[in-house]
Write a protein that binds this ligand. Structure first.
Ligand code: NAP
Length: 375
């Protein structure tokens, strides 16, 4: 019997992965660790998240099919529930993904993963522990084409605390838990869904719309960014989880050179969508912050705390965009996985679904990551 322990099922990628897994292999049993005061509360939270992808009935049905452990990642090593002893696979996605979460980044991402790895040692049937990291552990001064084995590296210059903790977690797993069957999957930047667009989440997609609205691009129009869609990420993670033999221990889940998203193609895709020609103006995200502030203030206003948080978020995102890094995905392709579509190939779906929502409202999906207290 295949039994999968999933952490992060109420998150963006975890919920998509769970729905994909239930559909793809209904005979597999899933156990989800979900925060909540009781199993009922946790199951309801899960159903609410799943309903962003499927109908309310289908979401409740899916949530009803899984075993729930109501609890926190940090104490999973103390959970004696026998269902955990049956686990054959772990898909570990739970994380504090806020960029400036400081102490909580360490508590969840690092300490929480230690607790999970300790509990995994007590799972006699465990075949694979798929730890989900992030390709952005390369930091701010990496080569343009990043390969899996280049990072984590002590000399990486992290732009945010989140990636510092994700890098340290990978190092810790390799040094202290090499007895576990750990495989590391590192998605690049997850944006939109090829069928549902931005309706499950507008996380980061709002940034493409905002950048288009400002007609500004960090660096150059022929530079690129490595993004992948939610559904491709979920399906590829579930595929990696179950592939009996893998050639490597670490895989980028990324667009790579062939499917990187080039800014001039984004510009053209927006123009195709609304029929209005535009040309993005390049600017330097580090030295020309006033250009961004001025343009932002004119287009969005800069009076409310949400507008201020959105500008802060854009300043930070543009610094990531300016890196122009691409994450090599040859390992994944060599395993027989399909490459993802580039964002311009499904941008119209993201603009259509949902239709008529403001950029500022879509930014709400990421607001928690940029709250001033955390910064
Ligand atoms: N999204 C991306 O672009 C991206 C890119 C690269 C890598 N990743 C990685 O992919 C993973 C999932 O990302 P995501 O975007 O799906 O994240 P997300 O939407 O922020 O979801 C985070 C999940 O972690 C859970 N969680 C947080 N703290 C917890 C705790 N103490 N105990 C138990 N569960 C806890 C959350 O549960 P609650 O609902 O209870 O808060 C939620 O289910 C993360 O490891 C992230 O580093 C994401």
């Amino acid at each position: 019997m295949t039994r999968i322990l999933l952490t992060g099922a109420t998150g963006l990628i975890g919920s998509a992965a769970l729905l994909h897994g239930l559909r793809d292999a209904p005979e597999h049993r899933w156990t989800c660790l979900v925060r909540g005061d009781s199993t009922d509360v946790a199951r309801r939270r899960l159903a609410t998240q799943l309903a962003k992808f499927v109908s309310t009935d289908a979401a409740q049905d899916a949530a009803g099919k899984v075993d729930i452990i109501a609890g926190d990642l940090g104490t999973i090593d103390t959970v004696t529930h026998p269902v955990l002893d049956e686990c054959t696979h772990i898909l570990h996605l739970a994380a504090d993904t806020s960029w400036w979460g400081k102490r909580n980044n360490w508590l969840v991402n690092y300490d929480g993963t230690i607790a999970l790895a300790r509990r995994a040692r007590q799972m006699p049937h465990l075949k694979r522990f798929l730890h989900v990291g992030t390709a952005m552990i390369c930091g701010g001064e990496s080569p343009r084409l990043v390969q899996e084995d280049m990072f984590p590296a002590d000399e990486a210059k992290h732009l945010v605390n989140y990636t510092t903790t994700k890098a340290a977690t990978e190092t810790m797993l390799e040094e202290e838990f090499d007895d576990l069957p750990i495989v590391v999957a590192r998605p690049s930047i997850v944006v939109g869904h090829t069928e549902l667009g931005a309706s499950p989440s507008a996380s980061i997609f709002w940034m493409f719309r905002a950048g288009d609205h400002l007609r500004l691009v960090a660096g150059a129009r022929d530079a690129s960014i490595d993004v992948v869609p939610i559904d491709w990420t979920a399906a590829t993670l579930v595929g990696l989880l179950h592939r009996p033999q893998l050639q490597h221990r670490i895989y980028h889940l990324s667009a790579g050179n062939s499917k990187r998203t080039v800014w001039s193609d984004v510009e053209a895709a927006f123009a195709r969508y609304d029929g209005e020609d535009r040309t993005y103006q390049p600017f330097c995200a580090t030295s020309d912050r006033s250009a961004l502030r001025r343009a932002f203030s004119e287009r969005f206003g800069l009076k409310t705390p949400v507008q201020a948080a959105m500008l802060r978020a854009m300043q930070q995102y543009y610094r990531f965009c300016a890196l122009g890094v691409v994450f090599d995905n040859q390992r994944l392709l060599d395993e027989g996985f399909a490459p993802p579509p580039a964002l311009p190939e499904y941008l119209d779906v993201c603009l259509d679904r949902p239709n008529g929502i403001s950029i500022t409202d879509q930014f709400a999906d990421d607001l928690g990551m940029f709250d001033r207290a955390a910064a």
